[in-house]
Write a protein that binds this ligand. Structure first.
Ligand SMILES: O=C(O)[C@H]1O[C@H](OP(=O)(O)OP(=O)(O)OC[C@H]2O[C@@H](n3ccc(=O)[nH]c3=O)[C@H](O)[C@@H]2O)[C@H](O)[C@@H](O)[C@@H]1O
Length: 422
């Protein structure tokens, strides 16, 4: 756009002497000539400027846009590169070098710390968006820093940043967890799901396909891809073509996109279908988190009841289970695994446990399940993950929620003071 401004400016320059009072005196002729040549000079120099600008815009390679953006970003420079290198340094030659996207997120934080503790080199990437309280993300970042993990502030859609990271570090793996999460929010902000879960994922794959050596990719799909399926437990072999939310549809699209990049470029890609993950440092938009908050405040909570009066079970696993997810990839694999717990729990049972742990009675409002993206039930078949990864959840819901509640009360001190049974 900037090259247009001088052109419209040129259009406004008086180009004929008709706007000037004509006098026949010599000096005037000189002035007129001088003016004319000045106009010409201005015209030509402006034209030249436009040409230079135009040439610059056309001849700059595509990274010129991101590099202009980088003026506002907090990445780049020798001390930044040093921090990146140090964070990605693995402790032994057997260790992996992992880029964790969405590192300041709930799952990303736990994964980064688990990998770092076992000796892998870990670098985080996160855009610290405002989907939920940024303070929580910043505090997770501090936790990561205490554990030796540096989180680069940037977006997965920024290919120049991604390329720069691969210039500085030869990552063996990407743990891609950056995404627009949340099932119900997709009705409010559909574009953010397309931007992060589809465009962002493709951007990551585009960079991965071009670097040498190509990193293996492990990424977060979702149990929500099972959508309206009624056959339980959900198995990886089941159909996934009836998503109930745009969120689920973008995760399903991610699985198909993964297939393409494996097929064409031989990228090794493992998708993990998470089943309602919960625990300390969790996400405030999830039911167990805001139920805890509202129960403590004495505010009513809404329990969605499916039309067949079955309540959908939120099931999951706590941070211990993250440790065993990882294994060295063979080349060019395309895999998908369910990760969750195998005993579904009705939402009402989740509330019973929270009441017991918080020592506060919940004000329950039971409503028929709205058509808001939620599904009636979810239940994981995890035999494939057990067979191939030895994945075995070891935390029951009550133990996991106890850990969450303990964390919640210490993170939000004062929130539990009013706690008492009515
Ligand atoms: O399993 C997954 O794949 C997904 O798990 C969660 O989604 P969801 O299971 O819907 O998690 P919650 O928002 O915590 O909902 C749990 C259950 O509580 C119910 N619920 C939710 C909100 C509410 O006010 N009342 C209520 O009964 C929901 O219908 C649902 O059955 C995450 O938000 C997704 O990002 C993730 O991909």
């Amino acid at each position: 756009m900037s090259q247009l401004k001088p052109i419209s400016h040129l259009d406004n320059i008086p180009s004929t002497p008709g706007k000037f009072k004509l006098e026949k005196s010599q000096p005037y002729t000189h002035r007129l000539r001088f003016h004319t040549s000045l106009s010409k000079l201005t015209l030509w120099s402006s034209f030249f400027l436009v040409f230079i600008l135009f040439y610059y815009v056309l001849s700059s390679p595509s990274p010129s846009l991101p590099s202009r953006r980088s003026l506002n970003d907090s990445w780049g420079g020798p001390s930044w590169e040093k921090r990146v290198t140090r964070s990605a340094q693995r402790r032994s030659s057997h260790g992996l070098t992992v880029l964790v996207t969405g590192a300041a997120g709930f799952v990303g934080t736990h994964v980064s710390i688990a990998l770092k503790r076992r000796g892998d080199g870990v670098l985080g990437l996160d855009n610290f968006n405002h989907y939920y309280e940024p303070r929580l993300k910043r505090d997770r970042q501090k936790l990561l820093e205490r554990n030796g993990v540096f989180v680069v502030e940037g977006d997965i859609n920024d290919s120049s940043l991604l390329k720069k990271l691969f210039d500085v570090v030869a990552f063996s793996h990407i743990m891609h967890l950056a995404a627009q999460a949340g099932v119900r929010y997709a009705m409010q902000n559909p574009g953010s799901y397309v931007h992060s879960n589809i465009a962002g994922f493709v951007n990551i794959l585009e960079v991965c396909k071009s670097v040498n050596p190509q990193p293996a990719i492990v990424w977060a799909s979702s149990s929500s891809v099972y959508g309206l399926n009624s056959k339980v437990p959900f198995s990886e072999k089941d159909r996934t073509d009836q998503p109930a939310s745009l969120y689920a549809a973008t995760k399903k699209a991610g699985e198909e996109i993964a297939h393409t990049y494996n097929h064409i470029y031989g990228l090794s890609i493992t998708g993990l279908r998470f089943f309602t993950v919960y625990g300390p440092w969790g996400r405030p938009d999830m039911a167990y988190f805001f139920f805890t908050k509202d129960i403590l405040k004495g505010k009513p909570i809404t329990i969605f009841e499916a039309p067949d009066h079955g309540l959908r079970g939120g099931i999951g696993h706590s941070e211990e289970e993250y440790r065993e997810w990882w294994e060295e990839e063979g080349s060019a694999q395309l895999r998908i695994f369910n990760l969750g717990n195998t005993s579904p729990v009705p939402v009402s049972e989740l509330v019973n446990i929270l009441e017991k742990l918080l020592k506060v009675k919940a004000k329950r409002k039971v409503l028929p399940m709205p058509r808001n993206g939620d599904v009636k039930f979810t239940h994981a078949n995890i035999s494939l993950a057990y067979k191939e990864l030895r994945y075995k959840p070891g935390t029951d819901l009550e133990t996991g929620l106890k850990k969450f509640v303990r964390w919640y009360l210490s993170y939000y001190p004062g929130s539990g003071k009013k706690s008492s049974w009515n």
